[in-house]
Design a protein around this ligand. Structure first.
Ligand code: PLP
Length: 405
C-alpha cells in the first residue's frame, strides 16, 4: 500500500524535548532499566503538588463546568488575569483582550496564526523554546534568530536584533525568564528592545510563563509595563508557577494601543471560536492562583527545594573538569556547556545519547533549542538535590570517557 505522507511543513519542525531520545528512554524503561529523566519541566512528575486551594476551586465549580464556555475563557478568570496585568503596569488591558487557552502552547500557535502571511519573519531568541520556532514555521513564517550567547550571560544584543529587522518582520519574541538558559532580562535591556519594536512596528510576543520563578532576589520586569502603548502580548499560565501542567491552562493578555490592534484581536477571537473554548473545568483554578498569595517563593528561597536543586547543579558544575554554566536567575532549567579547551570536538547529541545509554540519565541536547553551537545540554532543576548531585557524577564519568577517546 502506498505510504500516507505527512505534511511537508513538518520537515523543518523538531521538538526534541519529547523526541527520539525520549523514545529510547521509554524502551530502556520498558526493559526494566530505571531512567533519571531531566528532560521536561513537569513539576508534578518530581513530587511537586498543585496548591490545595487551586484544587478546591476546581472541585467547587465542577458542576458549572459541563457546558462549552466563552471562546476567550471564563469571564471571572479573565478578570483576574486583567487585574494582574494592570497591577503590573500593562496598559489598556480589558477582559476582551484576554484569551485563555489549553496551555500557553495553544496560544503561541494561535497568536502566530492570527498574525503571519507566508514569508513573514519573526525574530526569535537562539536558544529558544522550540515551540516558538515550530509554530512560526507551521504558520508560514520564517524564524530569524538573535543570539543569546553564554559569553553575554545569555542576554540578547539589541543591535543584533535591530540589524535582523527587514520589511517582512512582523513580531519580536522574548522568553523571559528564559527557557532553556534561565536568563532574566534587566529593565534597561528591555527598554532598548521595546524601542526597536516601536520603531519598526513589530508586535511584542512575551513568553513570561516563568514570571515568578526567580532565584537570589532576581527582579522580573514585565515587558508590558515597559512597552506602554506599544502593542504587546504577555503569556502566562498555571503550568510552572502553580505546578499544574496537567490542567492545561495558559493565557495571553494583549496590551498597548487599542485602535491598531483591533483587527488582530478580532482574528484571535475568530481562531479561539473555531476551537470552541479551552478546558472549562481547570480555568476555575486561575482565580485563586492569581488572587491569593503565591506559593512558589517558598520553593525558590534559600532552603526551598528549587533553590537547593539549583545549588546542587552549581556545585556539580563547579566540581567538574569539563563544564561551565551561566547561573540561571529564573525558570526551571540549567544550560551547562562543555568547555572547548577540555573536549575540542564535543557533540551534544552524541553526549546525550551516551549519557542515556551508559548512565541512564535523560537530558536534552542544546542544539534542540535552535542554537548554532552544539556544546550545551539542558537539564531541569526539578529533581531532588541529592539526585542532581548523583547526576553530575554520572555526567562527569561520560565526559571523562569522551575526553580520553
Ligand atoms: N513557553 C515556555 C517557555 C515553556 O517552557 C513552556 C513549557 O515548558 C510553554 C511555553 C508551554 O506551557 P504550557 O504548559 O502552558 O502549554
Amino acid at each position: 500500500m502506498a505510504s500516507i505522507k505527512p505534511s511537508a511543513h513538518l520537515n523543518e519542525v523538531r521538538y526534541e524535548i519529547r523526541g527520539a531520545l525520549t523514545r529510547r528512554a521509554r524502551e530502556l524503561e520498558a526493559a526494566g532499566l530505571p531512567i533519571i529523566k531531566l528532560n521536561i519541566g513537569n513539576p508534578a512528575r518530581y513530587g511537586f503538588t498543585v496548591p490545595e486551594h487551586l484544587r478546591q476551586a476546581i472541585a467547587a465549580h465542577l458542576h458549572e463546568s459541563e457546558a462549552y464556555g466563552h471562546e476567550q475563557g471564563l469571564e471571572e478568570a479573565r478578570e483576574a488575569i486583567a487585574a494582574q496585568q494592570r497591577a503590573r503596569g500593562a496598559r489598556q488591558v480589558e477582559v476582551e483582550r484576554i484569551f485563555i487557552g489549553n496551555g500557553v502552547s495553544e496560544l503561541i500557535d494561535l497568536s502566530l496564526r492570527a498574525l503571519l502571511q507566508p514569508g513573514d519573519e519573526v525574530l526569535l531568541p537562539s536558544p529558544d523554546y522550540p515551540l516558538w520556532s515550530a509554530a512560526t514555521i507551521l504558520n508560514g513564517g520564517v524564524p530569524r534568530y538573535y543570539r543569546c550567547l553564554a559569553e553575554n550571560r545569555h542576554l540578547p544584543d539589541p543591535e543584533e536584533i535591530e540589524a535582523l529587522v527587514t520589511p517582512r518582520t512582523r513580531a519580536l519574541v522574548l522568553i523571559n525568564p528564559n527557557n532553556p538558559t534561565g536568563a532574566v532580562y534587566p529593565r534597561a535591556l528591555l527598554e532598548q528592545i521595546v524601542a526597536i519594536a516601536a520603531r519598526h512596528r513589530l508586535l511584542l510576543l512575551c513568553d513570561e510563563i516563568y514570571d515568578e520563578i526567580l532565584y537570589d532576589g532576581t527582579h522580573f520586569q514585565p515587558v508590558a509595563q515597559v512597552a506602554g502603548n506599544t502593542p504587546c502580548i504577555s503569556f502566562g499560565g498555571l503550568s510552572k508557577v502553580h505546578r499544574a501542567c496537567g490542567y492545561r491552562v495558559g493565557w495571553l493578555s494583549l496590551s498597548g494601543d487599542v485602535a491598531s490592534t483591533r483587527e488582530y484581536r478580532d482574528a484571535l477571537q475568530l481562531l479561539a471560536a473555531l476551537r470552541l473554548c479551552a478546558n472549562v473545568t481547570a480555568q476555575w483554578a486561575v482565580i485563586p492562583a492569581l488572587q491569593d498569595t503565591p506559593t512558589i517563593g517558598a520553593l525558590t528561597a534559600p532552603g526551598g527545594r528549587l533553590h537547593e536543586a539549583r545549588k546542587a547543579v552549581l556545585e556539580g558544575v563547579a566540581a567538574s573538569d569539563y563544564l561551565d554554566l551561566v547561573t540561571p536567575g529564573g525558570a526551571l532549567y540549567a544550560f551547562p556547556r562543555v568547555r572547548t579547551d577540555r573536549i575540542a570536538n564535543f557533540n551534544d547529541d552524541t553526549f546525550a545519547l551516551r549519557l542515556l545509554e551508559e548512565e541512564s540519565v535523560l537530558v536534552v541536547p542544546g542544539s534542540s533549542f535552535n542554537v548554532p553551537t552544539s556544546r550545551h545540554v539542558r537539564l531541569t532543576l526539578l529533581p531532588q538535590p541529592a539526585q542532581l548531585r548523583d547526576v553530575f557524577v554520572r555526567i562527569e564519568r561520560v565526559l571523562e570517557r569522551m575526553a580520553a577517546e
